[in-house]
Design a protein around this ligand. Structure first.
Ligand SMILES: [Zn+2]
Length: 168
């Protein structure tokens, strides 16, 4: 990673926010993974959950004053801090609701989301500790001709499919 890039800056902010680490980052190497599995320990052993997130998955993040927000995982990586301990992070792109009439798919009866392009959500790197439950919502991509398996054309929207969960 280069020291003037988005990842470097995001990583510095993430270290500050989650661990209160404020130093210049000595190690520049990032190790990328296709997926990550970890266990979220609860006081009650029965309540502990196994989390397994792949690159390309859509995760839910609770945002202060805004409730649940959605983001797509673009990368999962490890970085070693100056204390020689290694920390796992998500790099995400935020979703935003498609506003107005176009934002609602009347055939599928669901809200459309697209990758957020506005600057307001510039924090894109998070400690994995932020994701403590498996995504409960279901997104379906409105695929275009140039979508590939594992590589959707992100200029096309995703549909939030709440309807699967109302059936039960
Ligand atoms: Zn697609």
């Amino acid at each position: 990673m280069s020291t003037d890039g988005v990842i470097y800056n995001g990583l510095k902010i993430a270290y500050k926010d989650y661990f209160n680490f404020l130093e210049y980052l000595h190690h520049k190497k990032l190790v990328y993974f296709n997926y990550i599995t970890y266990k979220v320990i609860s006081d009650d052993e029965d309540e502990s959950t196994i989390i397994r997130i792949h690159v390309g998955d859509i995760i839910e993040i609770e945002v202060e004053n805004e409730g649940t927000s959605y983001a797509i995982v673009k990368a999962i990586f490890l970085h070693t801090y100056n204390n020689d301990k290694t920390y796992p992070f998500y790099f995400v792109n935020w979703f935003e609701k498609v506003k107005g009439k176009n934002g609602f798919d009347t055939l599928m009866m669901c809200q459309k989301y697209k990758i957020c392009t506005e600057r307001e959500r510039y924090l894109n790197i998070f400690s994995i500790s932020l994701v403590t439950s498996m995504p409960k919502t279901h997104f379906v991509h409105q695929c275009a001709d140039n979508c590939l398996i594992g590589g959707h054309d992100l200029s096309q929207p995703y549909l939030l499919n709440e309807f699967f969960y109302n059936v039960i």
